[in-house]
Design a protein around this ligand. Sequence first.
Ligand code: SF4
Length: 692
Amino acid sequence: DATPKATTVLTHCPYCAMQCGMALVNDGERWSVASRDFPTNRGGLCRKGWTAAALLDAPDRLRTPLMRDHKGGKLRPASWDEALDHVVTRLEEISERSGPDAIGIFGGGGLTNEKAYMLGKFARIGLGTANIDYNGRFCMASAAAAGVKAFGLDRGMPFPMEDISRTQAILTIGGNPAETLPVMMQYFDAQREAGGTLIVVDPRRSETAKRASLHLQLTPGTDAALANGLLHVAIQHGLIDRDFIETRTSGFEAARRTASRYWPDRVERITGVPARQIEQAAHMIGEAETAMLLTGRGPEQQSQGVNNVLSFVNFMLALGKAGKPHCGYAALTGQGNGQGGREHGQKADQLPGYRRIDNPQHRDEVAAVWGVDPADLPKAGLSAVELLNALGQPGGVEALLVMGSNIVVAAPDSSRLLDRLGKLDLLVVADMFLSETAALADVVLPVAQWAEEEGTMTNLEGRILLRRPVRPPPDGVRTDNEVLKGLADRLGKGRYFTSDARETFEELGRASSGGGADYAGVTYERIDAEDGVFWPCPSPGHPGTPRLFLDRFATEDGKARFHAVEHRLSAESPDAGFPYLLTTGRVLQHYNSGAQTRRVDELRAASPEPFVEIHSETARTLGVGDGDLVALTTRRGRIVFKARLTPDIRFDTLFVPFHWGAGSVNALTNAVFDPVSKIPEFKICAVRIEKV
Ligand code: SF4
């Protein structure tokens, strides 16, 4: 029989934080995606997942390093030796002239755990720079900081996602999983079929909001007022759980005093949400036996992001809806390794296993695993926006290595970023495609994609998963960790580094041992045999921890913390010059900066270009018709979009998805950030709209 045999490899989707299980099947010629019965997605895949195999044959894949001979020169092919030698020569010059902190590293929340870990290690002991941060700072930072403040530990979803189908009431704030995590909706559907209720808080009547029992269409930037209003009603109407507050929390009194000033009529004036809906929502959650709070980027990507999350957590704690089966708070993590990518050291203030770089004991523990003197580890560095603001500035960052991120599309106020990137002495970008950021680099390093190497990802519920390769990288392409090893060898630090994924994971296990995110008991074999392992898993015999906080929270005294939160205005409010609110987000067909999904024909055809969503009535008053070109102007720039008219958005709000390079809406967004999480205010700025 000459028929070629099909090969099947069980792995996971390259995109979002669901990390759905999938099979890649080769019929002898091409790879295609097939369904796989994995416990999280149960065979389901969204359109992005089904079409993911197209990435393997993308025609514009980079297959050789590229370099410019001088600033402004053309990118030309180079050998790996030439490219890496050049990078190291320039990095050494810059470090000698201006110190190691003049070198910055920008990582990504889509990198595997092994890469995120190794990138953090490379920054600290390969280059000796404090300045490493990553695009998770644009994504999960507020939820993570709020989780630590309220519960003592940040695991975005401290329970398995199947628990969503078992809770009676769900309160979703500024999240649209029907488009951003579509496969998760099977759990929402099951919850509804079992008689559960769903409340969605969103300025848009999103695809998720359309399925809700109640939709609260708040004014962007008024989240904390709404949360205080819900808490106010819960207290006034006797819905709170005094026993839970007494035994499992602290700080209620201050939160109660603050909430007492947010009576429903006042909150209606601030938020635009009718008082009766606020009361209805408080009762729906308060009277349910079990309830969950889920936040998306809506409340988080604000200059008040951490406080916004904490204010809703207050409401849930007062109702006693946390630390119990089928109750609690979870963040709807976005990036593929948004969870694991924030645990192992690619953040400016962090070492592996959620250790803090400013904690002497944590420094000692990690230095011992790395075989270095703890005194040689740098201190905390600049967070993402601060790092990008320092590019090319006097006394700032002169060279930047970008890995797993397309900052030109994804960062706020991107016109100013472009200007700063142009002032760098050296920009090095590792990517599989010539992304918008790679196209500006002095050196481009072509790296392997998801199905060409082994590595672990941690999905949004804290389950560590194994990605398997279907083939080695094409000729001329290396893995990210081979790149780091090649650089480290040339820096004379090669003995500290390995490019082998399994060796790296074993080392990560040792480095995380005893930390908050403890992977010490996890092996590739266990992940394989057990369909993933939930952290913390501190030893080989430990079963892993699907549900956290059931007996005690992870604070020192085991109690969850209330935080008194006042509503504060966003950095920009509408005025005569900029009378509307601009908010940004995602569509179903694309993943983040679109660097991958825009290269998949089917996804590009389904969603080819950015648009601005505008309420039909607002459009009528402006004389704008569906499909007309309109210019959006903020204090940072002006971009023309096609208008898409809808009755599903507030009259005062405009929505633009951010997945496209040409005319990225991030040229308009505000880089002001939350003082704690340092997340930028993507979700709100003042804008003017004109027909062109
Ligand atoms: Fe992939 Fe996310 Fe879609 Fe699942 S939901 S198939 S992980 S993009």
